[in-house]
Design a protein around this ligand. Structure first.
Ligand code: SAH
Ligand code: SF4
Length: 430
């Protein structure tokens, strides 16, 4: 979501100010930090990064320094106090107002701060994106109203709000017209989508995906992140009857212990989670199921952790993200008693990561020798004679191919796997 927002910030500044991206901060006319507050480490980084660019401001008083994202949303005043040289502070829902904020700051010489939640206005004011890949993100809903006890997102991004169907479809037609074949629908809880149609009716994500799959030019659709609580039968059905839906489901579980899941207020049990996976796999036996895990939630016992390890065995996840619990000020979990030592938590995280890695490698090994439908995303960073593409089950594969392939779907024979990357051989364009 943040990387999508960063692209939008770049689009907005390109359209309004003719700005181009640079890797060299010392050459920049505007430096924008897009911050994240999901875990403490990400938040701390903001202040050290700001300290690093302060000397540029001394050398070039016209330099504009802006801070956006969720840290700005939650800690706007603190940023202003600790880093008074920051010119503009904006939130995830006001990034489209950046040009006006910059202009006001230049005119007045004073800090401009707008961290409000003006609902969906943002999307109507965004310029056409610059397409550099065969695959693109389309944000269909924003915010979160779930209030899991560990999570800061509902406070920083505001309530769930969905974009109208016709707005989403207009964006998608714009992308397919530029040759984009793969669309990833984005949202904090994308399956809570409840968008208005032109007849005033509200439609769900399943409806939206069917409409998108029927759109000429769309070759593959994905969505993330979805919440187990809203994995509706209609959404599950799509895996059976919509071939354009990618063979991948990212469904964060967080824990395998019902006790911890209840403390987290996730709204499902491990059994309910497994039942969703069973139904999905009945329709798509080869689907890749990935997840997010939090290790060391306050009061997590050895037995709770073992329940998570058991769930991993039961489901046989393919690739997952795992995080050490990070206490977020203002969330209910931050007040919960926690007696487990940090060493213990780290040891659990290491054990969980090792098992997840083993499963990921086993799935990759199984792909060797298979032919995969790949959307070519970009020229390889390491070797310009190579390109990198994404398989149906969301893995990156590198292979020899010309830059002209970028944006196209091709068939690739998977020849080997090393660490987290697959290598392949181009068979043909499709
Ligand atoms: N809306 C999605 C997740 C969004 S946040 C969902 O509910 O599944 C992305 C991931 O960050 C979460 O799935 C969770 O694993 C992790 N996360 C969120 N808050 C965290 C915290 N306080 N400490 C550690 N990890 C956290
Ligand atoms: Fe955070 Fe996801 Fe829970 Fe919302 S559903 S509060 S984003 S973890």
């Amino acid at each position: 979501m943040n990387s999508y927002d960063s692209d939008k910030i770049a689009d907005v500044l390109r359209a309004s100010e003719g700005m181009v991206l640079t890797d060299k901060a010392e050459l920049a006319d505007i430096i924008v930090f897009n911050t994240c507050s999901i875990r403490e480490k990400a938040e701390e980084k903001v202040f050290s990064d700001l300290g690093r660019v302060r000397p540029f401001k001394v050398k070039n008083p016209n330099l504009i320094i802006a801070v956006g994202g969720c840290v700005a949303s939650q800690e706007g005043m603190v940023i202003h106090q600790r880093a008074p040289y920051v010119d503009v502070i904006f939130g995830p829902q006001t990034l489209h107002r950046l040009p006006e904020l910059i202009a006001a700051s230049r005119a007045s010489g004073r800090i401009q701060m707008d961290i409000s939640f003006p609902e969906i206005e943002k999307f109507d004011s965004l310029p056409t994106p610059q397409i550099t890949s065969g695959s693109a993100f389309v944000s269909i809903m924003e915010g979160c109203s779930k209030f899991c006890t560990f999570c800061v997102v509902p406070y920083t991004r505001g309530d769930e709000i969905s974009r109208p169907v016709l707005d989403v479809m207009r964006d998608i037609r714009g992308l397919t017209a530029q040759g984009v074949g793969e669309i990833t629908l984005l949202g904090q809880n994308v399956n809570a989508y409840a968008g208005e149609h032109d007849d005033g009716e509200t439609v769900d994500l399943a409806y939206l995906i069917r409409t998108i799959a029927a759109q000429e030019g769309v070759q593959r659709v994905r969505y993330m992140t979805s919440h187990p609580r809203e994995m509706s039968p209609r959404l599950i059905e799509l895996f059976g009857d919509t071939p354009k839906l990618a063979n991948h489901l990212h469904l964060p579980v967080q824990s395998g212990s019902d006790r911890v899941l209840a403390l987290m207020q996730r709204g499902y049990t491990a059994l309910e989670y497994k039942s969703i996976i069973r139904k999905v796999r009945a329709l798509r036996p080869e689907i890749s199921i990935t997840s997010d895990f939090i290790v060391g939630f306050p009061g997590e016992t050895e037995a709770d952790f073992e329940a998570t390890m058991k769930l991993i065995e039961d489901v046989q996840f393919d690739m997952s993200f795992s995080f050490l619990y990070s206490s977020r000020p203002g969330t209910p979990a931050a007040e919960m008693p926690d007696e487990v030592s940090n060493e213990e938590k780290m040891a659990r995280l290491k054990r969980l990561k090792t098992r997840i890695d083993e499963l990921e490698n086993a799935y990759s090994e199984k792909m060797v020798g298979t032919v995969q439908r790949v959307v070519v995303e970009n020229i390889s960073k390491k070797d310009e004679k190579e390109v990198a593409g994404r398989t149906d089950n969301n893995r990156v594969v590198n292979f020899v191919g010309s830059h002209e392939l970028v944006g196209h779907f091709v068939e690739v024979l998977i020849t080997s796997v090393s660490m987290h990357t697959l290598r392949g051989e181009l068979l043909r364009a499709i």
